[in-house]
Design a protein around this ligand. Structure first.
Ligand code: HEM
Length: 503
């Protein structure tokens, strides 16, 4: 009897599932059709065939390298991938037009905010219009203040002194040479740093034992799975999986639930203990925003914006310096001149006085921008300055990775790593942000740019003045894992040795 009941129940369940799946399938096919028609999903042009069959991968290590090749060969420096409905440009005039001249016509758009919506909610990174304007104003005021800059600098120097340097010293003094993944070290460092800055919370990911913080793991997983959504042929695929709570969507839901629990806990604690005397971003925003869910969204956006970007920048800088020891030597010479040979950490003013160091950071991100491309979705049909027609609601992408490799912007030596190109008579000289949109540009330019530069330069100096970093196989070009920021598959394996004293 019991057996029959359970059998009946199972049959009912499976009929329900069958019905539900059939419904979801029909729904997907019907909703998919207009989408396919609009995309020209049947397109058989060489580029679309190359994309669909992944034949590009026989010649190129990364999709961004193939796009760069296509963009170099296009006279307008703009291409169209029909099957994706994506117009991709490396033309600085188009970039200026989208990010400044007709900014209002090029929002992030619904397809983007849907992908990150579950993780970021209404946070600044994921909204347009008035909600964005409100947060942008509030965040610009806070981030522009002298007190937050010195608070951020204090966190960076303490994290370097008490965690990064002791950790590298422990590895360097190992009897046997121990290979270390420097990318992982930087990701731990930047996560501790951005959490302390944003929440006043210290996950301690770079403690000597390299503990796996639950929060860091959930955050990693959630951003990876959101990036995976962007790779689906149609948003309907991940939306159907979300509806049915299946596979990666089930994991994403679980990871986001954990992030929410932890964030809520921090917010509650802050309210209980009083926030007016605290310097972190959350405490500052609490003065203006009363809604806890909104506060959580705002701060989680900062975590996403400020963590992997800095780790990606540091990873490529150390890889490039390993290939170009003369650059490391020049930085050491400059820092000895400004700081003397024995001072461990640079002061804020000393960082500003090191122009070659700054040039190295810019040059590295020219070739390896942490955010390789960025998409917008025009509200109205439009024509870009190079004559390309873009249709309302389709995707338009500007591509900093390809732009850093364009001869007409950077000259015939554009593929070479040469920090000197950023110096005029020894003084750092920035380029137009529309030629170098590494931090985006125009009205939505990155709000953490200055903080990021201070963090990157402080870490570079502390590490190269204290240690010799030997990269395992520096001649292998990086292969990037698909994601929101440039993460190298397999990390950056290195050997760390204490640097011998310089005379
Ligand atoms: C090398 C490091 C960094 C790079 C390359 C970088 C790059 C960018 C880019 C390309 C955007 C535009 C993204 C988009 O709209 O789709 C952006 C936005 C933003 N970044 Fe950064 N970022 C870095 C570090 C940081 C840090 C450390 C913080 C925070 C402390 C931060 C905070 C933000 C915020 C809040 C936005 C959103 C601005 C807005 O929508 O108005 N970034 N960043």
């Amino acid at each position: 009897m019991e057996y029959e009941a359970s059998f009946l129940l199972q049959s009912l369940q499976s009929s329900f599932c069958y019905f539900f799946f059939s419904f979801a399938l029909c729904f997907s096919i019907f909703s998919f059709l207009p989408y396919l028609v609009r995309l020209k999903a049947w397109c058989k042009c060489d580029v679309c065939r190359g994309y669909v069959t992944s034949s590009w991968s026989t010649e190129f290590d990364n999709l961004c390298d193939w796009y760069t090749h296509l963009l170099k060969n296009s006279p307008s420096r703009t291409i169209h991938i029909h099957v994706l409905g994506n117009t991709i440009t490396a033309n600085p005039d188009n970039v200026e037009y989208m990010l400044k001249t007709r900014f209002d016509n090029y929002p992030k758009g619904k397809p983007f905010s849907a992908i990150l919506g579950d993780l970021l909610g209404r946070g600044i990174f994921n909204v347009d219009g008035d909600t964005w304007k409100f947060q942008r104003k509030m965040a610009s005021l806070e981030l522009g203040s002298v007190s937050i800059r010195s608070f951020a600098f204090e966190i960076v120097t303490s994290e370097i002194k008490h965690r990064l340097l002791p950790f590298l010293s422990s590895t360097a003094s190992d009897e046997q040479d121990r290979v270390l993944d420097l990318q992982d070290v930087f990701q731990r460092f930047t996560f501790d740093n951005i959490c302390r800055f944003s929440f006043g919370l210290d996950p301690g990911c770079l403690e000597l034992s390299l503990p796996m913080s639950e929060f860091a793991m959930a955050f990693d997983l959630a951003s990876r799975l959101c990036a995976k959504r962007a790779l689906s042929l149609s948003p309907l695929v991940w939306k159907a999986k979300r509806l049915l709570n299946l596979g990666s969507e089930k994991k994403l839901k679980k990871a986001i639930r954990l992030i929410n629990i932890l964030a809520d806990e921090v917010i509650k604690q802050r309210r209980k203990l009083g926030f007016s005397t605290h310097l972190d971003l959350l405490s500052r925003f609490m003065g203006t925003v009363n809604d806890d869910a909104y506060l959580r969204d705002i701060v989680v956006s900062f975590l996403l914006a400020g963590r992997d970007t800095v780790a990606a920048a540091l990873t490529s800088i150390f890889w490039l310096m390993a290939k170009h020891p003369e650059v490391t030597t020049a930085i050491l010479e400059e820092s000895d001149r400004v700081m003397g040979p024995t001072q461990e950490l640079a002061t804020f003013q000393q960082l500003r006085d090191m122009h070659y160091l700054q040039a190295t950071v810019y040059e590295s991100m020219r070739l390896y921008p942490p955010v390789q491309f960025d998409s917008k979705f025009p509200q109205e049909d439009d024509v870009l300055p190079d004559g390309t027609v873009v249709k309302r609601g389709t995707r338009v992408t500007y591509h900093p990775y390809a732009m850093g490799r364009m001869e007409e912007v950077w000259g015939p030596d554009c593929l070479e790593f040469k920090p000197e190109r950023w110096l005029k008579k020894g003084i750092f000289w920035p380029e137009s942000p529309f030629k170098y949109p590494v931090f985006q540009a125009g009205f939505r330019v990155c709000l953490g740019k200055d903080l990021a530069l201070v963090e990157i330069k402080s870490v570079m100096l502390a590490v190269i003045r204290g240690f010799e970093i030997e990269v395992d196989e520096p001649d292998n070009s990086p292969r990037f894992a698909p994601g929101l920021t440039a993460t190298v598959s397999g990390g950056l394996p290195v050997l760390v040795r204490q640097r011998r004293r310089r005379s």
